[in-house]
Design a protein around this ligand. Structure first.
Ligand code: NAD
Length: 317
């Protein structure tokens, strides 16, 4: 039996928020939820979440309000324009788990504090599978006391919560981590495409790189070619996994932060450009490892139209 008697408000019951709210219910919490999409609200209700008529109704009833929304503008609109902060009881703890811009996270925190509330940014990694299995990692920014207060709730939805520092530090950790991931997936994909052109089998490159200095998560868990890692999305026609649209979004946030801070981050900016083009070119709903196919197509086209080939009598594609 759960001795925590706080009522938890949950706004945004989509791919991530739906299962996260359901896991809070499973852990014995009273959860009141809202989503703009009636079908999602009904699905959450079937999992034991009490359906509210609006986000303001959630804030009125809750001791802690968790948001899991698409982007910063949704969070700021709810916090500042739609009355969430004025509806809540003074001192209510607001935990935003959405992935948003660091500057937006700081603005959301300022608005919460100005309204007499307390706030944390707590974005997640682990995707829908992690959300369903209560296996998420939370990266948290804000005061230590509020982090300690949030920890039992985060533990009901995830495996690990890291207190990364003050306001915005959770979002900063999230975009830095995903910048590493985006760049490393492109690096691994380019290596496979180069290996193909050199006549190297996928398995041979995998066997070497996975136990040598090229080892990384993009290779050993989310391997972008079918075969070496049977559970990777490449084996199911790049069904996500982690959708390329979300990788493009996170790299866009990282690129924006790098530009704003005068950090060159040349590979990060290039990765943001490549993922934006991949998502816009039909890959949005594929796993982000599907970018390998685009890189391979480009390599083939480049090879066919390259100056060397013209000299050999090749025809432009
Ligand atoms: P989603 O679009 O499935 O869910 C967002 C939900 O918010 C939607 O159901 C939408 O109706 C609801 N919503 C929007 N505005 C609202 C409002 N004013 N009031 C109430 N509900 C509102 O998105 P998702 O995949 O669940 O992702 C949520 C966040 O988590 C995003 O910031 C995303 O970047 C981040 N994230 C997603 C994944 C993933 O694998 N899906 C992984 C890590 C982080």
């Amino acid at each position: 039996m759960n001795s925590d008697t706080r009522t938890i408000g949950f706004i945004g019951l989509g791919h991530m928020g739906g299962p996260m709210a359901a896991n809070l219910v499973k852990a014995g919490h009273r959860v009141i939820g809202f989503d703009l999409v009636p079908g999602l609200l009904a699905a959450a209700a079937a999992a034991g979440v009490e359906a509210a008529g609006s986000s303001v109704a959630v804030a009125t009833a809750a001791d802690v309000v968790i948001t899991m929304l698409p982007a910063g503008r949704h969070v700021l609109a709810l916090y500042r324009d739609e009355g969430l902060l004025t509806a809540a009881r003074p001192g209510t703890l607001f935990i935003d788990c959405s992935t948003i811009d660091v500057a937006d996270a700081r603005s959301a925190h300022e608005a919460a504090v100005a309204a007499g509330m307390r706030a944390l940014d707590a974005p997640v990694s682990g995707g829908v599978v992690g959300a369903e299995a209560a296996g998420l990692t939370f990266m948290v920014g804000g005061a230590q006391a509020e982090f300690a207060e949030a920890e039992p709730l985060l533990a009901a939805m995830g495996r690990k919560a890291v207190h990364c520092g003050g306001t915005g530090a959770g979002q900063a950790a999230k975009i830095c981590n995903n910048m590493i991931l985006g760049i490393s997936m492109i690096a691994v994909s380019e290596a496979f495409v180069l290996g193909e052109s050199l006549g190297l089998s996928h398995q041979a490159l995998f066997d070497v790189a996975s136990t040598a200095s090229g080892q990384c998560w993009a290779l050993t868990v989310n391997c972008p070619v079918p075969g070496p890692v049977p559970t990777s999305p490449a084996n199911r026609d790049y069904l996500p996994g982690f959708a390329a649209s979300l990788m493009a979004k996170d790299l866009g946030l990282a690129a924006g932060a790098a530009r704003a801070g005068g950090v060159p981050a040349e590979l990060g900016l290039k990765a943001a450009e490549l993922y934006a083009a991949y998502a816009a070119g039909g890959g949005a709903d594929e796993d982000f490892s599907g970018i390998l196919r685009t890189l391979r197509d480009e390599a083939t086209t480049e090879h066919r139209t390259g100056p060397e080939n013209y000299e050999k009598g090749g025809t432009p594609a």
